[in-house]
Design a protein around this ligand. Structure first.
Ligand SMILES: [Mn+2]
Length: 424
């Protein structure tokens, strides 16, 4: 039997810049939110010290950045935190527990053959075994295995790769998988994978082969996929979709040819995230709106304390007059400013009106031209423009807005990482 401790999606160095209180945990060093992801990483290591696994396995997205076209790397604070935590961990466990880490979709430089995991391996060459996306690409090109062999166990590594995006990639990936990555029938065989969408970034064969355990990452919600395959989930809440999730890591006892015994180990210190669902009505005026928003927000009226402060989001639905909405947004900005004072225990205050139907006011319904818009936020401006045309068919209007947004995104695409709901 081998015992592993499985964790993933630590997203260390996740930082938020907009709609958050300007509040440092350590002055000019780290904010509370950035520290949350450091803590998630460290808590997992603390559990590993207690449970003493034979191997520690991280299924990807150790660092949050770089990601996609955002080329900024992890902060010096976070890098140092990771190195210090690992140093402590290896010391407490007398260098006996190897750490295996694969690349996720976060933490690698998209068009460059470099991963942020490399400096970790460089710091602990005896203890840390890193497998990067570009090593995977090399393995596919050269038709060679991506396997780490130990005396008692083989690890089959599957760093993040969207093989399903192109037909010839899918073919090459499957061929490589069949030739090189099949479990050894004589040895405990564990697959480590970053991916969740079958046929796109998670290959069906990985779930079909008789691995004794499949350690999955990428999905932030913990779930059992098959009796031998688990998504462990993230170590800290990341998007507001995770607001009600408890977080844990998995102790897994793996026996050759038997169903693994999987024991979740709860992470105790996880930041609270709350969402208020707020339906809007076309006849709602700004005074009523302000009163109702304040009633919701007043529930967080409590002396500010970074340790327990809440991340809050208001999710709007329904329909509203565009002219009223502009006033409502001004009110939200004012309330946001207030809640970032010391009388509210809030760390973040944001709102999402993406699904709200915004109807143009009468005065805007004639004579609008597209070049009057597209100034501040081209996507939002284009939506305002389409709304100003007062198209009766809502589906058609939405289609125009979506198409316009896609085109503008392509043309104006920024490298900002601060989109509200990012991918896992
Ligand atoms: Mn991911």
């Amino acid at each position: 039997m081998v015992k592993i401790l499985h964790f993933s999606d630590t997203h260390v160095s996740h930082r938020r810049y907009r709609d958050v209180r300007d509040s440092w945990k350590l002055d000019q060093r780290v904010t509370w939110i950035e520290e949350d992801y450091c803590l998630g990483f460290e808590q997992a290591l603390d559990i590993a010290v207690k449970t003493k696994p034979d191997y520690l396995v991280h299924s990807g997205d150790l660092f949050d950045v770089p990601v996609g076209r955002n080329f900024s790397g992890p902060s010096e604070y976070s890098r140092t935190y990771v190195i210090k935590s690992l140093k402590k961990f290896f010391k407490k466990t007398t260098n006996k527990i190897p750490l295996i880490i694969i690349d996720g979709n976060h933490g690698t430089y998209l068009t460059r053959n470099y991963s942020t995991l490399e400096f970790i391996e460089a710091a602990f060459p005896e203890n840390v075994h890193v497998f990067t996306t570009y090593e995977l690409k090399d393995a596919i090109r050269n038709n060679t295995p991506l396997v780490k062999e130990f005396k008692d166990v083989n690890f089959y590594l599957f760093p993040y790769f969207q093989f399903g995006k192109l037909e010839n990639w899918a073919k090459a990936y499957e061929e490589w998988l069949r030739n090189n990555q099949q479990p050894d029938p004589a040895k405990i065989s564990i697959a480590v994978v970053h991916g969740m969408v079958r046929g796109l970034d998670l290959h069906e064969l990985i779930l079909q082969y008789k691995y004794d355990y499949v350690a999955l990452g990428h999905d932030h919600k913990q779930r059992k996929i098959k009796k031998n395959a688990w998504q462990v989930g993230s170590t800290a809440r990341y998007t507001f979709a995770e607001r009600n999730q408890e977080k844990s890591v998995l102790e897994v006892q793996v026996q050759k040819g038997e169903e693994p015994i999987v024991l979740p180990k709860l992470l105790e210190n996880v930041r609270s995230m709350k969402q208020i669902d707020f339906p809007l009505k076309v006849d709602m005026n700004t005074a009523v709106f302000e009163k109702q928003i304040r009633e919701h927000v007043d529930k967080f009226k409590k002396k500010y304390n970074g340790e327990s402060a809440v991340r809050l989001k208001i999710k709007f639905s329904g329909a509203v007059l565009l002219s009223n909405w502009w006033g409502m947004e001004d009110i939200l900005v004012d309330i946001q400013k207030e809640t970032f004072g010391d009388e509210y225990n809030l760390l973040e205050f944001r709102w999402d009106s993406g699904e709200v139907i915004k109807r143009a006011p009468i005065s805007y319904q004639k004579g609008a031209k597209v070049h009057d818009y597209l100034i501040e936020d081209p996507v939002k401006d284009f939506e305002k423009y389409i709304r100003s045309l007062s198209i009766e068919n809502e589906q058609q209007a939405k289609l125009f807005i979506e198409l316009g947004a896609q085109i503008i995104e392509e043309v104006f695409k920024s490298s900002s990482s601060d989109a509200e709901e990012e991918s896992d």
